[in-house]
Design a binder for this molecule. Structure first.
Ligand code: KIV
Ligand code: ZN
Length: 517
């Protein structure tokens, strides 16, 4: 049996489904490129028929990503499959992933059909998808709860119809490792044409077993594992891909399988996904949690000083966590910044050195020492500015004190015009937000607001994460600055720019409709 395990990333599809605010095309592209650098084999970029925004982002990713196969999801109906093919046809190679439920509860209660009809729909969908590409994946939704005879029958029919990968999802995270591995073994024993497709697994984490179930399936012969970065996804999430990659590497002695992952890209991919998706990673999360490589107990620290492998089964460097924390100051030159970025895993082609250096100097002037986390935060900030901005906070002045109303004065640029506005509020952020609200013609509600420390130490960069609701949709925005009030202002401006883009798209659609009448 082939010892290569194909890794399939669905952060932008299953993962994105679970976010409070959807990602912009620009953010999805950034994540897709990071996942490509990570060495993932297949990137499921979205569900093209679900919205024009999803279609557009799948298309943009298919155009840009070259080293991973880009895939789109479709129900087992022609319109969905056609939308996938249309969005993906710009890619050199692409995969269409089509699915239908196979468990009794889904077939009877959700689809209200008989199993024969569902099987016929699956066969038709696979054959139809094969008209657009030779790379077709079929998923038996809720396979974990599907009677084994039905599952064997469906897998055999899907392969006969032309599916090149057949995916066995534990959609509701119900099975336990022995049981799930057993399902895969039975498929290998009972489906006569099983050798003509790659058997894949897609496990959810409702009982905290997604990774364990996926690994049991690999031991039973599955050769594709689906998952997401940081395990984000529906409900308790999906199988965490970075955990799978590190299990395969660390326990090669036992498992004898490999993946194509560039392990040193793990830490920064995880950080990017966490930041853009507004999904913090728990400190004790395996592989990418902030405590994953810290040792607190005196006995452990003593052991580590004597020999790291007393308590460490993998090194932080192996997942891309840099060891040396060099302190940079305004006296550090460009070459030092470039060298530091290289040791953090960033090539010069990933960023504009001049731009980063100017931001670095401005930060070094404000806070003296600049740390690795600060540098990464500056780069993150620059990458967010890739999109054309309509609103821009040119100046702000906020005054507050205990027992007094806070006052904010701002100059806001909106397209070609600008306004100077002032407002009061029950605190500095409230006064700033009241002033911005007066200057824009958008009725929004702040539904979530968080401040966190991004750089190191008490003078590190502050990050504001904001979720704003507008016309039934949520928009996530963030801002980074040494001053948390300024970061809060930037976060709101970021949300307003996303709302402005959504308004423009809605207007264009309306005009198109009118011109067709
Ligand atoms: O969990 C699931 O069953 C899915 C399928 C669409 C693969 O996400
Ligand atoms: Zn899923």
């Amino acid at each position: 049996m082939d010892n290569r395990v194909i890794l399939f990333d669905t952060t932008l599809r299953d993962g994105e489904q679970a976010l409070t605010a959807s990602l912009s095309v620009h953010e999805k592209l950034q994540i897709a490129q990071a996942i490509e650098r990570l060495g993932v084999d297949i990137i499921e970029a979205g569900f093209p028929v679900s919205s024009p925004g999803d279609f557009q982002s799948v298309q943009a990713i298919a155009k840009t990503v070259k080293n991973s196969i880009v895939c789109g999801l479709s129900r087992a109906v022609e319109a969905d499959i056609k939308a996938c093919a249309d969005a993906l046809s710009v890619a050199d190679q692409f995969r269409i992933h089509t699915f239908i439920s196979t468990s009794d509860v889904h077939v009877q209660q959700k689809l209200r059909k008989g199993f024969d009809d569902v099987e016929a729909m699956a066969v038709h969908a696979v054959k139809y998808a094969r008209q657009f590409t030779d790379d077709v994946e079929f998923s038996c939704e809720d396979a974990g709860r599907t009677p084994i005879d039905n599952l064997c029958r469906m897998v055999e029919s899907a392969i006969k119809a032309g599916a090149t990968t057949v995916n066995i999802p534990d959609t509701v995270g119900y099975t336990i490792p022995n049981e799930f591995g057993g399902i895969i073994s039975q498929l290998f024993n009972r489906v006569p044409n099983i050798d003509q497709a790659v058997i894949s697994v897609h496990c959810h984490n409702d009982l905290g077993l997604a990774v364990a179930n996926s690994m049991a399936a690999v031991q039973a012969g599955a050769r594709q594992v689906e998952g997401t970065i940081n395990g984000i996804g529906e409900r308790a999430g999906n199988c965490s891909l970075e955990e799978i990659a590190m299990i395969i590497k660390t326990r090669h002695d036992l498992l004898g399988v490999n993946s194509g992952i560039n392990h040193q890209e793990i830490a920064r991919t995880s950080k990017l996904v966490s930041q853009l998706c507004n999904m913090p990673v728990q400190p004790n999360k395996a592989i990418v949690g902030s405590n994953a490589f810290s040792h607190s107990s005196g006995i452990h620290q003593d052991g580590m000083l004597k020999a790291a492998n007393t308590y460490e089964i993998m090194t932080p460097e192996s997942v891309g966590i840099a060891k040396t924390k060099l302190n940079l100051t305004s006296r550090s030159g460009r070459h030092v910044i470039k060298h530091r970025m290289e040791s953090l895993g960033y090539q010069e082609s990933d960023y504009n050195l001049e731009e980063l250096y100017n931001d670095f100097l401005a930060l070094a002037d404000k806070k003296g020492q600049v740390f690795d986390d600060d540098l990464e935060a500056l780069l993150f900030n620059i990458q967010q500015q890739g999109e054309q901005e309509y609103y821009h906070l040119a100046t702000m002045n906020v005054q507050c004190g205990v027992g007094e109303f806070a006052t904010a004065g701002i100059k806001l640029i909106s397209g070609d015009s600008s306004q100077i506005v002032s407002a009061t509020g029950n605190g500095p952020v409230d006064s700033l937000y009241q002033a911005i609200k007066q200057a824009v013609d958008i009725e929004f509600e702040v539904s979530d607001y968080k401040i966190s420390n991004k750089g190191a130490g008490e003078d590190g960069l502050g990050k504001a994460d904001l979720v704003v609701a507008w016309q039934g949709r949520n928009f996530h925005g963030y801002g980074l600055a040494t001053d948390v009030i300024e970061a809060s202002g930037q976060a709101l401006i970021h949300c307003l720019n996303s709302i402005h883009r959504a308004q423009t798209i809605a207007e264009i659609k309306e005009q198109k409709k009118e011109s067709q009448v």
